[in-house]
Write a new protein. Structure first.
Length: 701
């Protein structure tokens, strides 16, 4: 558990908050004491989801269904408010470690304990499905260990059977490594999907290894859909059952009732492996003496948005009785134990932080990066409510990996530098990772998408974009929502085989149709033969998985000459003169917006033109967001400085003008959800023109 942040409230729906249990893409989970004095886990949904009336209706329905769960192995819902400004749901609190933590600390489980775990989880899922729900995120982190048995938690993305998903078909919801093949493809899922996930959990617990290996999301999803699981080490008596759970076809998997018969009755005696009872007891003891913190205090202007819900009004009344003023809005800020201002004089003591922009002035995108960042710094320093000042410094990496390493080393040695924004490409950025990581200097990556960033959780870097690990997301969304082709042919250009492989893999599992053939084109071949084969079905969609503009141009020319008439899509790296000259009507997924055409960046574009005398180019708005994101984190860490910044930025999502900055709690990868999945362009008249954000594809296009 972590302490409450200065931005956290003290009370929600009459529940006094005591600390943070975790945060994810949907919201934050707090440890709270109910009005009746019982400890509970209270999950608060982010306000942006609450803006959708359909979401509120689904949330209310799911909360009602979840409250009917009667299994003793599922954590009961004790209170909820779907009408609150930020909807919330409270469940009973289980003060034990997760199964994921237990396996990491103590290793694989013996057969007897595996059977007991399987019996309980099968019974829990049986109750979930009987209530008309599908969990959709069964994984070791969502199984808590108590002295009298495990408990299944987190129905935050559970789906009512037959209901519309929170994300449109084509989006992957769940945790790679534990989701089913149909879930990986974005198809509708039912109870068999949870059985597949249960099989993954049992395999991981039995062996200590995920059954589909490790690596980037693309690689794991690809293995899940097309390869057999690694079950070496699963006890022989359980291996057949686990393998049946992991069948690719949902209809071949056993049901939860059959699994209950296979695993037998659960007995509480010695259900935990050796060493774990003491850990469970220690965790439970922590809560007994847990102090409830003093109320947080808010200073700032009164919000002028919509009136609060009845539950929120109750919160405001309760807060007033405790001397707390609750507010939300752009100008509000919370204080908790940080003396940044004098209450008597109104004077402010501001710290000074250097933001360094790392890249080469010779890079065609560097100037827009620099000017977007400079605008953010200047606007920040003009805000009278700021608690810190920013200074922008540029660091020339000479456009080489050696220069990038040298520049990063100099920045890391300078104690005034609080954060580095990496504007460079894939060829230079990786060299900056080691110096920044050694110095615990946060490195925010705006542009690069190299596979070297797949292990970002062991560096000090945070990637602020959807990378090739998840594919050119907006292009996939366009195929899945707007086009919905009967078949999509993926063109794998072997001239860039290594660089293209991650995109090809994620596209294979990310398209709607189960049949996604791959046309491989050798490096020394043109695309004529492949184009003829594709044009035999002229209305099939085509996804070009390569990255070189000249090769993309050759593919586009061959498809045109062969008479192909279907939709054609690719990723941002093909956007250069050779491709633009022949790629008419291609759709391109990017991670940068056109700030002049994007409705949500019009104010930024106007300010940029007023400051710099010309329109912003690619990556200007993204650099602007990177500075503002860093400032948001620095304002919260206070005197802890740069070493605490990365952890602070990971704590909770932050909404910028280009995207939602949100990260997976376990992998620390950027979440390419609807508001982070990038942008769609269309090649028209030799120019790539903005079409829509990923969030709006299928709604406005």
């Amino acid at each position: 558990m972590e302490r409450l942040l200065p931005t956290d409230p003290s009370l929600i729906g009459g529940h006094r908050l005591a600390g943070r249990l975790g945060a994810g893409g949907m919201g934050v989970v707090y440890l709270a004491r109910s009005p009746h004095g019982a400890w509970c886990a209270l999950k608060v949904i982010r306000e942006e989801y609450a803006d959708d009336p359909g979401f509120r209706a689904r949330f209310r329905r799911e909360a009602e269904l979840a409250s009917r769960l009667t299994s003793r192995w599922t954590v009961p819902v004790v209170a909820a408010d779907a009408d609150a400004r930020s909807p919330w749901l409270a469940t009973a609190y289980v003060p034990g470690p997760s199964l994921a933590e237990a396996v990491a600390l103590r290793g694989p489980w013996p057969e007897a304990q595996l059977r007991g775990l399987g019996a309980v989880l099968a019974e829990a899922l049986d109750g979930v499905h009987a209530a008309g729900l599908v969990h959709r995120d069964v994984k070791p982190a969502n199984v808590l260990l108590a002295a009298d048995g495990p408990r299944m938690i987190d129905f935050g993305i559970a789906r009512a059977v037959g209901a519309t998903a929170l994300t449109t078909d084509g989006s992957v919801v769940g945790s790679p490594g534990y989701l089913s093949p149909e879930q990986a493809r974005g198809h509708t899922v039912g109870p068999p999907s949870d059985v597949f996930s249960l099989g993954c959990v049992l395999a991981r617990t039995a062996t200590g290894r995920p059954p589909f290996g490790t690596g980037g999301a693309a690689v794991v999803l690809y293995r899940t859909v097309g390869e057999e699981p690694d079950l070496d080490g699963v006890p022989e008596s359980l291996a057949r059952t686990v393998r049946r759970c992991l069948a690719k076809e949902p209809e071949r998997r056993p049901g939860t009732r059959e699994l209950r018969d296979v695993f037998g009755e659960f007995t509480v005696d010695e259900w935990l492996p050796e060493g774990l009872p003491a850990l469970v007891a220690a965790r439970a003891a922590r809560v007994l003496d847990l102090p409830v913190p003093d109320p947080t205090v808010l200073a700032g202007p009164t919000p002028v948005d919509a009136p609060p819900s009845p539950a929120r009004r109750r919160l405001l009344v309760a807060g007033a009785a405790l001397g707390v003023t609750a507010a939300a809005g752009a100008g509000a800020w919370w204080r908790w134990g940080r003396g940044t201002a004098s209450a008597n004089s109104g004077s402010v003591r501001r710290s000074r932080h250097v933001v360094a922009l790392l890249g080469s002035p010779d890079d065609p995108f560097f100037t827009d990066h620099e000017r977007g960042a400079l605008l953010a710094v200047e606007q920040h320093n003009q805000d009278a409510r700021r608690t810190l000042d920013l200074v922008l410094r540029t660091a020339d990496d000479a456009g080489t990996a050696k220069g990038s390493a040298a520049a990063a080393t100099r920045l890391a040695a300078d104690p005034d530098v609080s954060v580095v924004i990496a504007a460079g490409p894939n060829t230079t950025l990786p060299a900056a990772l080691a110096p920044c990581t050694t110095a615990r200097l946060t490195l925010l990556v705006t542009r690069a998408d190299t596979d070297d960033l797949d292990t970002v959780n062991v560096t000090s870097a945070l990637v602020l974009r959807a990378t090739r690990t998840v594919g050119p997301f907006a292009a996939l969304v366009y195929l899945n929502r707007a086009v919905k082709p009967a078949r999509t042919v993926i063109v794998h250009d072997l001239a860039t085989e290594v660089e293209s492989l991650a995109t090809v893999r994620i596209t294979t599992v990310g398209t709607l149709d189960g049949e996604t053939p791959v046309e491989q084109v050798a490096a020394d071949e043109d695309f004529t033969g492949a184009a003829r084969r594709i044009a035999a079905r002229p209305h099939d969609a085509v996804f070009f998985g390569g990255v070189r503009p000249d090769r993309a141009a050759a593919c586009a020319r061959a498809l045109r000459d062969a008479g192909h008439r279907g939709v054609r899509v690719a990723g941002e790296r093909v956007l250069d003169a050779p491709f633009l000259a022949v790629g008419e009507d291609w759709r391109i997924g990017t991670s940068y917006t056109d700030a002049n055409a994007d409705p949500r960046t019009k104010a930024f574009a106007a300010a940029f033109r007023a400051r710099h005398g010309h329109a912003p180019g690619p990556w200007a708005a993204e650099a602007y967001d990177a500075v503002r994101f860093a400032a948001h984190g620095l304002a919260s860490v206070g005197d802890d400085g740069r070493t605490a910044l990365r952890s602070e930025l990971l704590r909770r999502p932050w909404q910028g003008i280009t995207r939602l900055m949100s990260f997976d709690a376990s992998t620390q990868d950027f979440k390419a959800g609807d508001d982070g999945g990038g942008f769609l362009f269309r090649v028209t008249g030799g120019t790539a023109r903005f079409v829509a954000r990923a969030h709006d594809i299928g709604r406005k296009t």
